[in-house]
Write a protein that binds this ligand. Sequence first.
Ligand code: NDP
Length: 414
Amino acid sequence: MGKALIIGAGGVASVAVHKCVQNSEVFEEICIASRTKSKCDELKAKLDGGKTKISTAQVDADNVEELIALINEFQPDIVMNLALPYQDLTIMDACLATKTNYMDTANYEPEDTAKFEYSWQWDYKERFEKAGITALLGSGFDPGVTGVFSAYALKHYFDEIEYIDILDCNGGDHGYPFATNFNPEINIREVSANGRYWENGEWIETKPMEIKRVYDFKEVGEKDMYLLYHEELESLAKNIPGLKRIRFFMTFGQSYLTHLKALENVGMTSIEPIEFEGKQIIPLQFLKAVLPDPASLGPRTVGKTNIGCIFKGKKDGQDKTYYVYNICDHQECYKEVGSQAISYTTGVPAMIGAAMVMTGKWNKPGVYNVEEFNPDPFMEELNKWGLPWVEDFNPVLVDALPEESKAKESELVR
Ligand code: NDP
């Protein structure tokens, strides 16, 4: 079918590469390009010899000219951006210059301020339309599958969706007192920011971890979950008509929160540069360097993830609820592709999103979030490529849960 240029060779890219190679009918040829070429070569060495032809390259994805040269040389049908959110715009610029389709799994982030918003990328819409190329934004799990679930719920089960709660539960245990399951810098930015949700056309801000509930997740059990802002809230609030409220909850263990608070209290999570031995460093980037590499968590993580969306709305004038979720086992993922479930649940939809564009199923010039396309073929592929989903038409709703006192001050070592 075609060729994909994969940028990045970290946790998510590694899974996506495994999956592209499994899906060799679509991915006849891939080039893995990243800042550290040896990581690309390691992946190639592991996966070479199958039907998919693999090459590697060194690229600095902050540099548009380097990207253009690489795209011109490899001539891919799509660029899969699995580097970091800081590189989204430079890679989009290179795609525009070379008229190549684009996809990613996370919204653009400026290095100096945590924003989690799509405005910069949505600004490219007209230019992508004019160039006749598709940009698919946020094709991971959340954002990604959560948007596909929303489009699927609306298409098949509701006349109107009024409420969406996205529940992201990681019941995995890696045995370290503190480690993050994906890029620590992005992860810590996300959880140390204020919480926010959308209700009746307005954003309502909360303090970090202010709203807590305990939810009994299928195949995981009871977990503390906290309301966070998450980037798909912005696109779903815009793209699901009639929506009254959308919120996002993520589970965290007490040890994780206690460590995070202590790190925050001593200034280690700051993204303000400081001077250290005559050099400007960003404390959060330094912290990343001392924490375990998320890629190393695979062999030691046991347990499951359970991520999905609970919808409440109307069908034929009647109230209706619907919960659709995926359960993923960390050790099963490790056995299959050598990564834990967080990378797996992101890398699989990244491959599927790229395949949707390459096969023409999701092809319309412009810049789009996943929920703006027909969800059906994507939902089928999820079942096929390792992320089967489960439906529940009578779920426990978050609003039916007792209000939990927010995590006690003493627990957060203030
Ligand atoms: P990693 O840190 O493991 O990997 C990032 C990769 O990008 C590394 O190989 C890194 O290279 C490479 N890279 C960074 N900067 C550059 C650059 N300037 N030029 C070329 N390559 C570069 O991150 P993850 O794999 O965990 O995450 C990848 C993306 O997926 C992130 O954007 C993250 O936010 C997103 N994500 C999305 C999720 C979702 O559900 N939607 C969930 C989890 C993650 P090097 O090896 O040299 O550092």
